[in-house]
Design a protein around this ligand. Sequence first.
Ligand code: SF4
Length: 418
Amino acid sequence: MLAAMSPSPDAIEPAPARVGLGRDRGRDDACPGALRLHAADDGALARIRVPGGLLSVTQTLALALAAEELGDGALEATSRGNVQLRGLRADAGGELAQRLRAVGLLPSDSHERVRNIVASPLAGLDGGADLWPWLRELDTLLLASEAARELSGRFLFALDDGRGDVAALDADLTLIAHPDGALLRLGRAGAALAADGPGTVLRAAEEFVRLRSGSWRIREADPDGSLLTARLGLAPRPLPALPGTRPAVGAFGYGCCVGLRFGRATAAQWRLLAAHAPTELRVTPWRAVVLPGAGAEALPALAAAGLRTEAASAWAGATACTGSPGCAKSLADVRSHAAAALDASVALDAAAALDADAPGRLLPVHWSGCERRCGHPAGAFVDVLATGDGYRVGHAGRADEVTNQQMAAAVAAARRTT
Ligand code: SF4
């Protein structure tokens, strides 16, 4: 099915919420899936749920081939560690679904859009808890649940190994590995011990469905978590402080982490990533791919292919909406212009040894083709908006009109005003 929607969604999902608390949105959120394609201006778009961002080499190669043969030749990593294909023919859905089923990426037609599960990408790799038993159990429980199929495609599960990386993603249900046991966070409320781990998570999701609130997210239907906490018979407790450390780009003891520019990589780049993945690939919610077991010797080839292998880069923390030609509302090809500005910023700031992955070093920056600012990051960021003649660079109450040529310096200066 090809759902007519406009404008095009970005690889940052979902679009920013714009409705009030508890407002009835109906159950159909029109979120794209592998079976329900979205009609974008550059063709149909399919979003494939990848629980935990975990892809086998075989699955990665199948996706790369599908992107080449059915889509525009590239795959996008989303802000939930899912994967998107763009530029599909309107009638490509059946062929795509067949290919996905063959490699285990579409285990259920009825539940495909609700398998939104993010997990700490380094879980089990660098001394922390191994989350994959939780991931497998939760996915299995979700697929077997009749009630869960009623969840919206925007409902998000997070499994955090205690480092606080995906716990910061504002998920609906977050299960955290903690020395006291598994902690469940309901929306933005506090936590509670979840004796049954993923089983408690599923019960919470089913109870949310039974609330029949008309909301897509728990934070709208039960802001303080009291309704669901009572229904589940949980004892609330304060949320512990978590470090919130995301994987940095580069080579480490566990393997390599490689950045994708604006979350997008060609089929050839994905094949190269797969070739350097001894076991599997883990797509992170921060436009990067972890290759467990890959050695530092892989980095030069990955960098030569246009992938980001150095943490000290202006590219870290940089996002952009789809822009032209994917979105008809866009006043500019923002991704091309942003890429040129970021590459110029790398040169401008080389001496400063920037490390935008390290919190506090550089402000995030987001390019938008129109005022809607699809996919802008949460919190403070440098807002670069296309005007038709150039761009407006806004931050901290200032808004400077610049030409494309002036943009790199203006953005670099604004990002340093932390
Ligand atoms: S911000 Fe505007 S131009 Fe960019 S994708 Fe959204 S609607 Fe399109």
